[in-house]
Design a protein around this ligand. Structure first.
Ligand code: M6R
Length: 613
């Protein structure tokens, strides 16, 4: 949510900053802006809208300086316009600041600062920070001291980059609860700061991750890190494994389609080196240190948001059926505030998150940690807050996911949930034969996913047929009930079609009242243990004249008798069927969005990583 980037070094900052903003645009696209130290001044250029709008403005007013900060905004406080765009400057226009997060006590701070004569320009919470720094940066007081004093006054979350004429060749960064990464240029003569490693990849892979309440000072001489009490901190240099190709669109018109098509490889990467089919085991190095503790776990809670929570819901079915561990899935935003009862001797909490930075999931994780419960992460972003704050975990290795709508990360999360079920199941009563069967079937998934992707054109024509409806009901049972919810989530978030996902058995308890010929139903009706029940539900839908699009198992010709349109998916184990069944729904939503004239990569009002509550 909001992307920030900063640069200092021998290049013209403007180009590096715009490049970084383009790569971060998926974090917010309400407005964009840069501040560059130019001819002894802090020159600020901002524009409502996309990064391209800013680039157009900069082409008329190029900035020559070699250090600067930039921002792409997802609006929280104040509507998206030029004035509310970051960077924000102080009254004297000598300090510029970009911010990701929310300053919760901004109202009180603003009143105090206004009483002291500060004139605010925007409606944002962020602007208080720059005035607060100005308030403290009087006389001979070093800028650094003013900065930490201001940050100590702030309540809430922030990832910031800030520059000042008082220390013109320096950029400061700081964080509390919002992501921040510092990039070290290859020749150590340039340094970068960003809310996401994607902004740095074109320049460096070597990074350091500041912790909460740490400040970083970037100059051409190097990077220093210190606490808010100005105590120097030792940081280790880490390496980003993602490649530049992975964050480029290549031959695809949108990142979302590219990421959907990466999914055979995504499964390969998620399970590489982790399956021992002969012994029916999942080998999860990230759990080695807690292996013994896991043997004693008698209850699991999965906390997550959005698609990650739905991946967790599929995991719940797997973990209960195959590892026989009672499992609950909870929306992180509810879990953290409802005073959950957890027993640290017998329970573990699993946080599932692509970004590893989702504020609600972090909050839930911290709640669990406070109660002394073992915490595990199922995370994509290495170095992220959740990856660092969990006791142990399994990376999903999906590579960078740029499209706001999660596709490949969801698939990798479900795949890792299957690995966890085998790992924990084999610690308990799962037989070697059963473990081996699941492992072999996982290994067969990439080829089967490829068979679904081959139907892209056909799914496009089906999507175009349904794209004009204003509503849709998605139905599935058992393992595929969360798939129905995920299908509906995809359709509403990118095609803006009102869609409901329901466990099919619940349909007759309410939603069936909605159905008529103008309300299509998307049904997961693949051959599994609940197939007959699902068929009955489809009959009930047909009796109300609702158009039906069914997902069916390859070879099931009978389905054409029941449904208006059928998309076939290969057969697999029931527990793994969500991994295949979700893909036609992803492709369907993508083409429905395109048919309706929307950009699937940048759905309105959404941002990739929700770092505010
Ligand atoms: O980064 P996370 O996995 O924690 O994100 C969780 C949700 O915000 C995310 O899955 C969201 O629901 C996606 N837009 C769904 O496509």
């Amino acid at each position: 949510m909001c992307g920030i980037v900063g640069y200092i070094g021998p290049r013209r900052a403007e180009g590096v900053l715009l490049d970084g903003l383009r790569r971060l645009e998926y974090r917010g696209y309400d407005s964009a802006g840069v501040a560059v130290l130019d001819s002894g001044d802090v020159a600020v250029v901002k524009a409502a809208g996309r990064v391209q709008d800013l680039a157009d403005r900069l082409s008329r007013r190029p900035l020559k300086g070699k250090s600067g900060i930039a921002h792409t905004r997802w609006a929280t406080h104040g509507e998206p316009n030029d004035v509310n765009a970051h960077p924000h400057v102080d009254c004297g226009s000598s300090i510029a600041l970009v911010h990701n997060g929310i300053i919760e006590n901004h109202g009180a701070l603003r009143r105090r600062l206004e009483e002291h004569g500060h004139a605010f320009r925007s409606e944002t919470d962020s602007e208080v920070l720059v005035h607060l720094i100005e308030e403290y940066a009087t006389g001979d007081r070093p800028f650094e001291e003013a900065l930490v004093r201001a940050l100590k006054d702030a309540v809430g979350t922030f990832g910031i980059a800030v520059m000042s004429l008082k220390e013109p060749e320096v950029i400061y960064g700081a964080k509390r609860g919002s992501p921040l990464v510092v990039g070290l240029g290859n020749r150590r003569d340039e340094f970068f700061i960003a809310s996401d490693p994607a902004a740095l990849l074109a320049y460096t892979r070597e990074v350091i991750y500041p912790d909460d309440d740490e400040v970083v000072r970037l100059s051409v001489e190097g990077v220093e890190t210190f606490s808010l009490d100005r105590v120097p901190q030792e940081k280790s240099v880490e390496s980003i494994s993602w490649s530049l190709d992975e964050i480029e669109r290549g031959r695809f018109p949108h990142f979302m389609l590219k990421e959907i098509f990466e999914q055979p490889e995504v499964v390969v990467n998620a399970v590489r080196g982790r399956l021992d089919a002969e012994n029916g085991m999942a080998v999860l190095g990230g759990l080695r240190d807690v292996e013994e503790r896991l043997r004693g776990v008698e209850r699991l809670t999965v906390v997550a948001c959005g698609s990650a929570c739905l991946a967790g819901a599929i995991g719940e079915y797997m973990l209960e059926e195959y590892a026989e561990i009672p499992t609950e899935v909870e929306l992180a935003s509810e879990f953290r505030y409802r005073k959950p009862v957890l027993d640290p001797r017998r329970e573990a909490v699993i946080a599932v998150s692509q970004s590893g930075e989702t504020a609600d999931t972090i909050g839930a994780l911290r709640e669990a940690r406070e109660k002394g419960v073992l915490t595990l992460g199922v995370v994509n972003a290495v170095g992220s807050t959740i990856a660092r704050e969990t006791d142990a975990g399994v990376f999903i290795h999906a590579g960078p996911e740029i499209a706001v709508a999660s596709t490949k990360a969801f698939l990798a999360q479900v795949t890792v949930m299957a690995l966890l079920a085998v790992f924990l199941g084999r610690q308990r009563r799962m037989s070697r034969v059963m473990g081996g069967r699941i492992c072999r079937e996982i290994l067969a998934l990439p080829e089967k996913i490829g068979r679904i992707l081959e139907q892209n054109d056909r799914i496009r024509s089906v999507a175009e047929k349904y794209a004009h409806y204003s509503s849709a009901l998605y139905l599935g049972r058992k393992y595929n009930a969360p798939v129905a919810l995920e299908g509906a989530l995809k359709l509403k978030e990118i095609a803006y079609i009102h869609a409901e996902g329901y466990a099919a058995g619940e349909m007759k308890h309410g939603p069936i009242a909605l159905l008529d010929s103008s309300f299509p139903v998307m049904a997961v009706a693949t051959r599994d243990s609940v197939f007959e029940k699902m068929k009955s539900n489809i009959e009930e839908v047909r009796a109300r004249r609702a158009p039906v699009l069914a997902l069916a198992t390859e070879g099931d010709e009978e389905m054409y008798r029941l449904a208006d349109d059928v998309i076939y998916v290969p057969k697999t184990l029931e527990m793994l069927s969500p991994i295949l069944n979700v893909i036609p729904f992803q492709i369907f939503a993508y083409h429905a969005a395109v048919a309706r004239g929307f950009d699937p990569d940048k759905p309105r009002n959404l941002a990739k990583s929700v770092t505010v509550e």
